[in-house]
Design a binder for this molecule. Structure first.
Ligand SMILES: O=c1ccn([C@@H]2O[C@H](COP(=O)(O)OP(=O)(O)O[C@H]3O[C@H](CO)[C@@H](O)[C@H](O)[C@H]3O)[C@@H](O)[C@H]2O)c(=O)[nH]1
Ligand SMILES: [Mn+2]
Length: 900
């Protein structure tokens, strides 16, 4: 309870059912231990299971990694808390002394962030239920576009109508576009409303038309140019990336004439395009924010700063007061550095096809971080104390802070102020200063917000996460798969970069922030690195199916239990969490797919890029997310049809993985059908299921690959590439050669006496194209086998029935009487005489006996060959030879090679 009997300005409630959760977490933990034990004691033995050992090892490592990841994700779930504010107490006590609030809206590109969207966001924050003279709105335009400036000029005029209208009818939301598109036309029950409603709506639509026409034209017409001196600034602007600072105070809140149609003051409205020069790095959004901090300190110096991205209009006009309930709480307020509101989205579809709404993070994880010391700072929708954002450390002194009068009187006339602000927004201003290091938002990281929030917490401050009943901010999620994957690449890359730097929560936060907060940061830090384990899990087990290498317990084994329990428990819990966060079952399924896709593409690229960046090979980049899409794409998005349509390498990876799993799944299911009795399949069942689930989750992708004809289908080049790659991977997995080695000494030891008889068949069919000389060389080589001669028989089959071949064989039988002993004696290799004589050099004089034998054999062989060749030339057997052997008599009855 606050001082002087005051009730606090906010209260904190803890989530229910935490003990149940803790039982679940403990049981899963036990399950994981069992899985590890299984992996360890069933490690494949060394003999002959080389591949399986490697596969097993990899799987074990992946599972250890998943377990670690699961473990660190439990910290933010242990004890979520929820905050509720009492805004009536705030106004009772502090209405007169509310602090100045500066709202920063960031935009960077008029094409993908259309000016009409930007000014709707601006109008929504200008219309806050907050004293106008304490509210200042700054638009930072990193696109340096006069189109955006023009839109803001229009908005400044329209606000004169819009703000009184909002005030009078207490409407929500206060972005005119969102309001008019979501609210039905009023009827006559509320008499003053319809009149105003129609005139304000008409005024808005006219403005919208003018802005859209100008935007489409792409340049400002001469008439418009004359309307405001600000346009003159663009005369010095060479390009959007090379121009001096432009500061234009469109509404000067301190000027008594800046009033709306009802004579009430308007909030200050400032346009800022900081200086951009090619030779200076502009540090993306962090650079823009820091310029805004400096420029606003000169103009309004509000002690509270709110940042919104240009697509995140304010959906709740009370949100400033919600934030102040924390900062101004008498007891706790002084230690709070920032209040982060959730980022909700206005363009989500029912089942959130790409899982872009981080609903579980928002309803469970951030409230959990809040309990550990405070949520991280995630950019849009965050209120900061100006001093802490500028680098102030927390100390007990801060307690006095709020008693001070904040709003400094600043009496310079507006155009002098504009000139002096230009210096603050120049490229050189930050040279040799602590800006980007100690002051303001930090540079050099793709998630400037996370690293800045962490450093604030490490300086001793707390932060608050608050989800009011009515969403505070509504933004735009990417509407194509690729954009969503690219966005995740940037986030995970930034997070991983922090983890590997000296700002790693465990190092930088050591002894500065609670241990459980350090752990709560790590699931995000480790997003990128989950790619390896996931890639392993979706490739190796399916490929092992092809080689029938089993990597999980058999279906009938008890070891299946921990696997089944952990998977079922984790996924049911995750589903429960999702449903409790207002998701649908289909939405959960979509989110699971989204995680697989991110892990195998966004995180993989982020992982590689982070490493390359560490080694200094690539530079930090920031791909701005598109906030608009063409009609065709929007229609498919609304129908929840996946958008592929571009030949991105990310899609090639996704499609290859999907095809690979499909092939392996079909292959193994077909084996089950063919061979129901096959016992080996029992040990593959889990693997088949795993592969099947991957196929199931990819159904929309197969559709995009093969069945869709619209523009959002997968480009054919991706289809070809992925099918080829997947087939190649399968072929490699199926290519499984084995090598055999024999032990001949063991054979002779054991069986020399009982070796079996061996009959050798040599076949020939045509003496012309299979010359008898060649045939008998083969015959001689097998006759000369190192085997028991009495058990060896050689048969020559001559399908041509040629007496020439018979004659050659006769010669061979004679020659063998010499050849065989020689082979044995000198262990001749090879034992085909022709091959031996042509490949072996003549033995030299060291062994005269061998040399002599050799030359005599050579002579004999050559003689024999000459005789045979002579007979071949003649084409028949001479009478003398005929008489030598009775066998030739058989040919007396042969008339034809095919008839005998
Ligand atoms: O050079 C730049 C680049 C971006 N922006 C602005 O930064 C904001 C965020 O960019 P966006 O492309 O919309 O990124 P998201 O991923 O949607 O933004 C989330 O993630 C960012 C960190 O990566 C945070 O800064 C954002 O607040 C948070 O909403 C937008 O308003 C941009 O106009 C700039 O001002 N200058
Ligand atoms: Mn965004």
């Amino acid at each position: 309870m606050g001082k002087e009997g005051n009730f606090p300005l906010f209260e904190t409630k803890v989530a229910k059912g935490r003990n149940l959760f803790r039982c679940y977490a403990a049981s899963v933990f036990v399950g994981i231990i069992f899985i590890c034990v299984y992996r360890a004691i069933h490690f494949p033995a060394a003999n002959g299971q080389v591949l399986r050992r490697w596969a097993w090892m990899g799987l074990f490592l992946s599972e250890l990694w998943f377990s670690l990841y699961w473990f660190v994700s439990q910290f933010s779930r242990w004890n979520p808390i929820y905050r509720y504010t009492f805004k009536d107490r705030l106004s009772q006590r502090y209405e007169k002394v509310l602090p100045g609030v500066d709202v920063f809206v960031c935009t960077a590109d008029p094409t993908i962030e259309p000016p009409i969207m930007v000014i709707n966001t601006v109008l929504s924050v200008m219309a806050y239920n907050y004293p106008s003279h304490k509210l200042s709105v700054y638009l930072s335009d990193d696109g340096g576009s006069d189109l955006t400036f023009y839109a803001l000029l229009e908005a400044s005029r329209f606000s004169e109508l819009w703000l009184p209208f909002c005030r009078k009818f207490k409407i929500e939301p206060r972005s005119p576009a969102a309001y008019f598109s979501s609210t039905p036309q009023p009827n006559d029950c509320n008499p003053p409303m319809p009149l105003d409603w129609f005139s304000v709506k008409k005024a808005y639509e006219d403005m919208e038309n003018r802005i859209e026409t100008t935007t489409r034209l792409g340049r400002i017409s001469e008439e418009i140019r004359k309307e405001h001196k600000g346009f003159l600034e663009w005369e010095y602007a060479a390009t959007r990336q090379n121009h001096p600072s432009i500061v234009q105070i469109l509404i000067d809140g301190r000027d008594g004439k800046a009033v709306d149609v009802e004579g009430q003051p308007l909030p200050t409205l400032v346009y800022l395009a900081r200086e951009k020069r090619p030779q200076y790095h502009h540090n993306f959004k962090a650079g823009a924010m820091n310029s805004l901090i400096r420029v606003s300190s000169k103009i309004s110096n509000g002690s509270i700063i709110l940042n919104v991205d240009c697509d995140m209009y304010s959906n709740n006009s009370e949100i400033v007061r919600d934030a102040l309930c924390f900062f101004m709480d008498e007891e706790k307020g002084h230690e709070i550095a920032y209040v982060q509101f959730p980022q909700n989205y206005s363009n989500l579809t029912r089942n959130d096809l790409y899982g872009t709404d981080m609903r579980v993070i928002e309803t469970v994880e951030f409230p959990g971080m809040d309990a550990c010391g405070g949520p991280c700072y995630v950019g849009s929708g965050c209120f900061h104390r100006r001093e802490t954002l500028c680098g102030m450390k927390y100390s007990k002194e801060c307690e006095r802070g709020w008693k001070r009068e904040y709003d400094r009187e600043n009496r310079e006339s507006a155009s002098v102020l504009e000139e002096s602000c230009k210096v603050l927004a120049s490229c050189t201003y930050e040279e040799n200063t602590q800006w980007g290091k100690e002051m303001g938002l930090k540079y050099g990281c793709a998630v400037e917000d996370i690293i800045t929030g962490l450093s604030i917490q490490c300086r001793g401050w707390k932060s608050i996460y608050c989800r009011p009943e009515r969403n505070g901010f509504l933004g735009v999620v990417p509407t194509t798969l690729l954009q969503s994957l690219v966005q995740h690449k940037r986030w995970s890359e930034g997070q991983f970069q922090i983890f590997l730097s000296r700002h790693c929560p465990f190092v930088y936060g050591h002894k500065k922030i609670p241990l459980n907060l350090q752990f709560s940061y790590s699931p995000y830090s480790l997003w990128a690195s989950t790619c390896l384990a996931t890639l392993y899990y979706v490739t190796v087990p399916p490929l092992c199916l092809l080689g029938r290498v089993s990597l999980f317990p058999e279906i009938s084994s008890l070891w299946i239990l921990p696997f089944a329990y952990v998977v079922v428990a984790m996924y049911s819990y995750s589903l429960g969490e999702f449903l409790c966060s207002d998701g649908t079952i289909q939405g959960w399924w979509n989110e699971q797919r989204a995680w697989v896709y991110r892990r195998t593409t966004s995180y993989l690229f982020a992982f590689l890029d982070t490493i390359l960046k560490l080694l200094g090979f690539v530079e930090l980049s920031f791909v701005i997310t598109a906030k608009v899409s063409d009609e065709d794409v929007s229609r498919r998005y609304e129908q929840e049809v996946m958008e592929f349509g571009s030949p991105s390498p990310m899609f090639t990876i996704l499609a290859t993985l999907a095809m690979l799993n499909l092939f392996c799944f079909v292959w193994s299911v077909q084996r089950v059908v063919v061979d129901v009795q096959d016992r080996a399949l029992e040990s593959l069942a889990l693997q088949i299921i795993l592969c099947g689930v991957h196929v199931l989750i990819n159904l929309p992708l197969y559709q995009g690959l093969f069945f869709r004809k619209d523009k959002g289908a997968m480009p054919t080049s991706v289809t070809y590439k992925s099918v080829t790659l997947a087939l190649l991977a399968c072929a490699i997995a199926l290519w499984n050669p084995i090598y055999r080695y024999t032990f001949k000494d063991r054979l002779s030891q054991r069986y020399e006496k009982v070796l079996p008889g061996i009959d050798i068949f040599v076949c020939t069919a045509n003496p012309i194209i299979e010359p008898p000389t060649m045939v008998i060389n083969t015959v001689l080589s097998v006759m000369a086998y190192d085997y028991l001669p009495e058990k060896l028989s050689v048969y020559l089959s001559d399908d041509c029935g040629s007496c020439l071949t018979f004659y050659a064989l006769l010669e061979a039988s004679q020659f063998s009487k010499l050849w065989l002993p020689l082979c044995k004696k000198f262990k001749v290799k090879p034992r085909c005489p022709e091959a031996y004589l042509s490949s072996t050099p003549e033995p030299n004089d060291d062994d005269p006996q061998k040399a002599e034998e050799w030359s005599s054999i050579k002579k004999l062989y050559e003689n024999m060959r000459n005789r045979m060749e002579a007979a071949m030339k003649v084409g028949q057997i001479s009478e003398e030879i005929r008489k030598q052997y009775k066998g030739f008599g058989e040919w007396d009855f042969v008339s034809d090679p095919r008839n005998h």
